[in-house]
Design a protein around this ligand. Structure first.
Ligand SMILES: Cc1cc2nc3c(=O)[nH]c(=O)nc-3n(C[C@H](O)[C@H](O)[C@H](O)COP(=O)(O)O)c2cc1C
Length: 323
């Protein structure tokens, strides 16, 4: 369906829907889609869970707690490390025949370079379309959100990853909403050479068991996702599109993430300025989410006789509803 096709720099995606990192694993967890042709064809790209240089066990349990309008997680970037990912998991996702974006994180700038160099040396540009640099995880002691809230670190990390990768892979930088002004780390990532921005990762939060007074999560605090955070995500996409000329000129595309659970939510993100969207928590609730949203979008563009790309950022030309 041509009207749903979007371009992420030089990569054409047949649909604007991507998985949000960490919500469909590295390969096994998304196997469910293999049994559903329609769900798979609704996807434009697959984004892996974060991969790190060495394996990580993640945080103590409990790691997920439900809230009234979303979930709090404190997974702590559990994964088997980059070598195991390349050797044992990558081949499964390749069967999906979709562009793959490998989400990466590290404890230090040096480790980010090492990870990028490993991926570059192993000729992974033949199989992976790009990297999503996660400088926004709220659930780890070193790196993560502490990088993402410091524009200088964001710029350095992106610059160093870019140096190792050359122009072989598309670089997406994933931003944290745990800042006062999202445009500052966004600008820093662009200065560092990012090709695209994705936003938002989870918002810091916590939940307490009132019977005992204990925090529910093993990591004490966690990251909030799901419907509660959608207005924050839409606002942050809107702000970047409004204040950063590279975004409004669509030279730096934005991937909108956070709380999407219907096709209407996708349109909000696109009208705010996103080119592509990521869906995470909603998939835990509805295994047919990609198919359902794809059908809704298809009906919408057919009825309006418009392509999705023509709607990117249109809210910036509109006045508030009651004016
Ligand atoms: C259980 C869980 C694990 C996650 N793991 C990662 C991760 O490994 N790397 C990452 O960049 N984001 C991770 N995220 C954040 C999501 O990619 C996404 O940014 C966030 O959940 C907001 O989208 P949503 O409301 O659609 O879930 C995780 C989110 C959840 C709920």
């Amino acid at each position: 369906m041509k009207k749903l096709q979007v371009k992420l720099k030089n990569i054409t995606l047949k649909s604007p829907l991507m998985t949000a990192s960490g919500t469909s694993g590295h390969s096994n967890e998304i196997e469910i889609l293999r049994n559903s042709e329609k769900s798979l064809s609704a996807l434009g790209a697959f984004v892996t869970k974060t991969v790190t240089l060495e394996s990580r066990l993640g945080n103590p349990e409990f790691r997920i707690v439900e809230t009234r309008t979303g979930i709090l997680n404190s997974i702590g970037l559990q994964n088997k490390g980059v070598q195991s990912f390349v050797k044992n998991e990558l081949h499964s996702i390749l069967n999906f025949n979709l562009p793959i974006f490998d989400n990466i994180s590290a404890n230090s700038i040096g480790e980010f370079s090492e990870l990028a160099s490993y991926l570059s040396d192993n000729n992974l540009s033949q199989v992976i379309s790009g990297l999503e640099i996660n400088v926004s995880c709220p659930n780890i002691k070193r790196g993560g959100v502490s990088f993402g809230t410091d524009p200088k670190q964001v710029e350095l990390i992106v610059k160093n990853v870019k140096k190792e990768i050359d122009d072989k892979l598309l670089i997406i930088t994933k931003l944290t909403p745990n800042v006062t002004d999202i445009t500052l780390p966004a600008r820093a990532a662009i200065n560092g050479g990012t090709d695209a921005l994705s936003m938002i990762n989870t918002l810091r939060g916590m939940a307490i068991d009132i019977n005992t007074g204990e925090p529910f999560l093993g990591g004490i605090t966690g990251g909030l996702s799901g419907p509660a955070i959608k207005p924050v995500g839409v606002f942050m996409v809107y702000e970047c599109f409004r204040k950063i000329s590279e975004c409004s000129k669509k030279e730096i595309p934005i991937i909108g993430i956070g709380g999407i659970s219907t096709w209407r939510d996708v349109l909000e993100y696109i009208m705010a300025g996103a080119t592509v969207v990521g869906i995470g928590t909603a998939w835990f609730v509805n295994p047919d989410i990609f198919k359902d949203i794809h059908t809704g979008l298809k009906n919408y563009v057919n009825e309006k006789q418009e392509s999705l790309s023509s709607l990117i950022g249109i809210t910036h030309k509109k006045k508030p509803k009651n004016k």
